[in-house]
Write a protein that binds this ligand. Sequence first.
Ligand SMILES: Nc1ncnc2c1ncn2[C@@H]1O[C@H](COP(=O)(O)OP(=O)(O)OP(=O)(O)O)[C@@H](O)[C@H]1O
Ligand SMILES: [Mg+2]
Length: 351
Amino acid sequence: MDIWLQDVSKSFDKVSALQGLELHVRSGELLGLLGPSGCGKTTALFSICGLHRIDAGRILFGERDVTHLPPQARNVGLVFQSYALYPHLTSYENIAFPLRVRRMKKDVVDERVCRIAEILQIETLLERRPEQLSGGQQQRVAVARALVRDPDVLLMDEPLANLDARLRLEMRSELRRIQRDTGTTTLLVTHDQSEAMSMCDRIALMNGGRLEQVGSPEEIYRQPANQFVAGFVGTPTIVFCEGRAKSGRFVSGSLDLPVSADLKTRIHDGAKIIAGIRAEIVQPHLSVPVQGTIAFVEPVGRESHYGILLGDGTTLRSVQTGAPRFHSGETISWGLDPKGLLFFAHDGTRL
Ligand SMILES: Nc1ncnc2c1ncn2[C@@H]1O[C@H](COP(=O)(O)OP(=O)(O)OP(=O)(O)O)[C@@H](O)[C@H]1O
Ligand SMILES: [Mg+2]
């Protein structure tokens, strides 16, 4: 089921939470709604499920205009950060609840609960109450309850936020598998860029009630529309250097970087531009020189992260595989892969 948000606006008193939001969730996809705290993610989700009435715009499920329908008429499954299971009911009864409310026959309920429990791999947990389940198991029960009615749309708001780090990683691939198995059109709200990057077919990055960019994780990472997007995705965070165009190159302090042939034709000498330098493009033995001092070293398991202090005070980052081979305070003459450079105009749009 395709979901369309057309020019959707929503305010709370003086706070404008959504400002003309345009979004298309494609049928069957897992779309990540990503953005900083307060950017309007939950408001967008509540507007889609009907818990908020929007001030302007339209919301369509396929051909059906649901803008003025109450939540129960929209056929949406919801999963929140707090699982909100009924504590006195077993997993079975929790999952069956939405069906019982609709007065479905017992054997139909039984068949549906067992089918969804199988997909979620919780068949052996059906007789337990929430207090007898781990956080991850409770989350599966909550997802089963949201899916048991075969909703047209599954909406999840930070569903993994309450889990410990290891379980969160495990549940990422579990949720992805479940979403593929059921083929349910899904919107996943998260403020965790690595979660969105690893789980979603596409990512919609929001900021201040608007969309900055929608694209595949790869597009968002490699072809960010602007500086905000580039700065939001990727660890370590991309480093921005302000400089100027000079004879078809980017110059800033000790950096003198080539720009692509195509970009050369679009910038004029003296223009203020910003270079975005990701940690993976700074490596020993690359051609475009980067000289500085190692400011810090962080061994991170399989990788080592370095901070490189340049003459002008900028600290570049470098990620290298393996244990640290350089130490803090060392003067280095490394290089940079110009193909991975991103350039932005002074208003932040990518050049
Ligand atoms: N019921 C409400 N009453 C008043 N203001 C609200 C209400 N709900 C949200 N807001 C405001 O609307 C804006 C968007 O909030 P929203 O909850 O959608 O953000 P979010 O992106 O989900 O953030 P987070 O990542 O912290 O959950 C915020 O400025 C918030 O304070
Ligand atoms: Mg929220």
